[in-house]
Design a protein around this ligand. Structure first.
Ligand code: 5U1
Length: 690
């Protein structure tokens, strides 16, 4: 059976003139949008529209393969793999640059330039120096015919098929007046956003990740299979020209770059013509400030004498021009030694391995420690005490260990192992199935988690201790008045009145609020304990399933997983939490200090009286808040919904009810006034009370 539609079938007829014209139009339109997007950084159409144009052209070329041209924008998917790269001899060598690492070295450079030229002032073209891969692109009659790596400066590798897959490199130059042969030089690089995404993708697939964007760019460009290069987020900036024949270029470097831009080539952002050493140094400062916000890595800036006639006068020394210099930023990567691997416990109990390092100057500061993220990361990089490692610090980012220098590993090192007990409180360390982070399970007790645990315990949806805000919790912990949540219920008015921003009255109010909070529901109490992955809904499900705390505390994984929404991860966290003697002691103290709830001491599995019923609340109740009414209904097994529908079983109507009441009347849904509601609670809660 032939399932293809007539429109999608391959045609064996010659394309009509109209089809040919449309293919040409589409190619031009797509190229123009590439130019707006990549070169001018100002896209004119949404991505979806661009994709539509591309699909239309692909479809035409599929039906009439004779329409395909080598420089069609559809031809960037990557040619067939090769066994090895051919070599390319650079007609004009690709030079390197001298470096300056200090202000003084920049001033010395400027002095040499002015002295040799016999002038007092010099204009420099100042550019960011990209940390990429130098390449040469050869255009003949405006068409890209060759791409080559720098190699040793004289001979590079032929990467034509690979550079053709990079969307920021035009396959054909725009406009008119280009020289017959134009060799453009610049850097292929990987934007930081693309680099992070690529590493995430590689990690997900269990493939090798890249240490930095430069390695990722090099590894991607130098692929024998250009189809792989095509899938890598590479980009390109040009910063000069090599061979130029059959045409002329302007007399200043800055003008040449402007001309290249008009021809469709991407030139670096933040180009500037500056004057003398002072202008250069101001530019360096400015780029240093901008650097953390750029989506690509730069390792410095380059100053080039702008006038070509002056460049010629200055000439070259060995392999570097006398008319240009790279002013480098402090290195972002350095080598150092791992002295120890400590494990830090965060506010939420997450354990993070941290490498203690021999102090090293990197990225402008002295670094003595670097994060190793998590256990899997340490294992993947196999970082060991005694190893020599590459440390990286980019912008304001926390320093990290990028990789180990394998050949410098001393004998007798051991692989890292995550401790089994929390280094702060001694509770069990738990790593739930499928999670990357190991955590301390002593949430109620661990000093590292103290403040967060208390703030959560006091919060409105948990124990609802009015007046116990974050600042006050910090003070109470810092002054040593509270070490765990049970200590809250031992606080006296006198102790509280002595605190900052607390008077007698606020102290008395807080003591009253603490007293009031002692009467709660099992669901709220469970939520307040701050067990990992146990949010309000899970706490409610656990309370209604087990009916009492003792049954829950003793439940094993299988019993826990019988509760709706509780999977192996949640069950593991709950088990680990209640296994900790310290957590159990805090719970015992809380109960002895008067924290209680009114749920039925039920045997697990017995349904609650309002199980499966949907209630809606509207209007104000006199006897309790909306939250309390909701809690009490939920404790009886009801679901409390925000809107009335045919599925609603009952609407509780307080004073000044809103539209939900009208809707209930309209749909003939049973309603209860406050008196009726209280009687319902009394009837069932009375029956349920322990
Ligand atoms: N921006 C820029 N980077 N870069 C690197 N310009 C530039 N020029 C270079 C190099 C190696 O060399 C020429 C000055 C020869």
């Amino acid at each position: 059976m032939n399932t293809s539609s007539p429109a999608s079938r391959k045609s064996h007829r010659k394309p009509s003139e109209e089809v040919e014209r449309r293919a040409r139009e589409l190619r031009e339109e797509i190229e123009t949008h590439n130019y707006y997007y990549y070169v001018l950084d100002a896209p004119r159409i949404p991505d979806a529209e661009y994709d539509r144009l591309m699909r239309e052209l692909q479809e035409l070329e599929r039906r009439y393969p004779e329409l395909i041209t080598p420089d069609s924008p559809t031809q960037r998917v990557g040619a067939a793999p090769v066994e090895a790269f051919g070599t390319v001899r650079h007609e004009l060598p690709m030079l390197s640059l001298d470096n300056a690492f200090s202000e003084e070295e920049v001033r010395d450079f400027h002095r040499r330039v002015t002295e040799q030229l016999g002038v007092r002032h010099v204009d420099y073209a100042a550019e960011p120096k990209l940390d990429g891969l130098a390449v040469s692109l050869r255009y003949e009659e405006g068409r890209l015919v060759q791409g080559a790596t720098r190699g040793d400066g004289y001979t590079g590798e032929d990467v034509t098929q690979n550079v053709r897959t990079i969307a920021a490199i035009p396959l054909r130059l725009r406009g008119r007046g280009h020289p017959r042969v134009l060799e453009v030089r610049g850097e292929v690089y990987m934007p930081l956003s693309g680099f992070r995404e690529l590493n995430r993708r590689q990690s997900r697939r269990g493939e090798k990740t890249f240490a930095n964007p430069r390695n990722a760019a090099a590894g991607s460009l130098r692929q024998l299979d250009p189809r792989i290069t095509a899938q890598r987020p590479l980009s390109f900036f040009c910063h000069g020209v090599g061979v130029v024949a059959g045409g002329r270029l302007p007399g200043r470097h800055s003008e040449i770059l402007a001309q290249l831009r008009e021809w469709g080539l991407r030139i670096p952002e933040h180009l500037r013509v500056v004057r003398d050493a002072e202008g250069c140094l101001a530019y360096y400062e400015e780029m240093g400030r901008l650097r953390p916000r750029l989506d690509y890595e730069i390792d410095g800036v380059v100053y080039k004498v702008d006038r070509l006639s002056q460049q010629e006068q200055l000439g070259y020394v060995s392999r570097a021009p006398r008319w240009a210099i790279a002013h480098k930023f402090p290195a972002q990567e350095e080598l150092t030694r791992v002295l120890a691997i400590d494990v830090q416990v965060g506010r939420t109990g997450a354990l993070t391995p941290v490498a203690r390092l021999e102090p090293v100057y990197v990225g402008g500061v002295t670094v003595t420690s670097a994060t190793l993220h998590n256990e899997d990361e340490v294992r993947r990089k196999d970082v060991r005490v005694g190893d020599t490692v590459i440390v990286r610090r980019a912008g304001d980012v926390i320093p990290e260990v990028v990789a180990v220098v394998g050949e410098r590993r001393p004998p007798g090192t051991c692989p890292f192992r995550m401790p089994r007990k929390c280094p702060v409180c001694g509770s069990d360390v738990v790593r739930a199935p499928g999670e990357a982070i190991a955590r301390c399970s002593g949430g109620l007790f661990c000093p590292a988690q103290r403040k967060e645990a208390i703030k959560h315990f006091a919060s409105r949806r948990a124990m609802d201790i009015e007046g116990l805000g974050d600042k006050l919790v910090e003070q109470l912990v810092d002054k040593g008045l509270v070490r765990d949540v049970a200590d809250l219920y031992m606080l006296t008015e006198d102790q509280l009145a002595d605190l900052e921003r607390m008077g007698r009255k606020s102290a008395a109010n807080l003591v009253a609020a603490l007293e009031k909070s002692k009467s709660t529901t099992l669901a709220r109490f469970l939520y307040a304990l701050g067990i990992r992955e146990v949010g309000e809904a899970t706490a409610r499900a656990l309370a209604s399933h087990f009916g009492n705390l003792e049954a829950l505390m003793e439940a094993d994984e299988a019993e826990l997983e019988a509760v709706p929404d509780v999977g192996p991860v949640v069950a593991a966290h709950i088990r680990a939490f209640f296994r900790q003697r310290h957590n159990r002691q805090v719970i015992q103290r809380l109960r002895r200090l008067g924290v209680h709830w009114t749920e039925q001491q039920r045997s697990p599995g017995v349904p609650l009286p309002l199980a499966g019923k949907i209630y809606v609340l509207t209007g104000a109740l006199q006897a309790m808040t909306r939250d309390e009414a909701k809690d009490r209904l939920e404790a009886l097994g009801a679901r409390v919904s925000n809107s009335v529908s045919r599925r609603t079983d009952c609407v509780v109507v307080g004073a000044d009810p809103g539209s939900k009441y009208r809707k209930a009347l309209e749909l003939n849904i049973p309603t209860l006034d406050e008196q009726g509601f209280l009687e319902l609670l009394h009837r069932f809660e009375g029956r349920n009370r322990a």
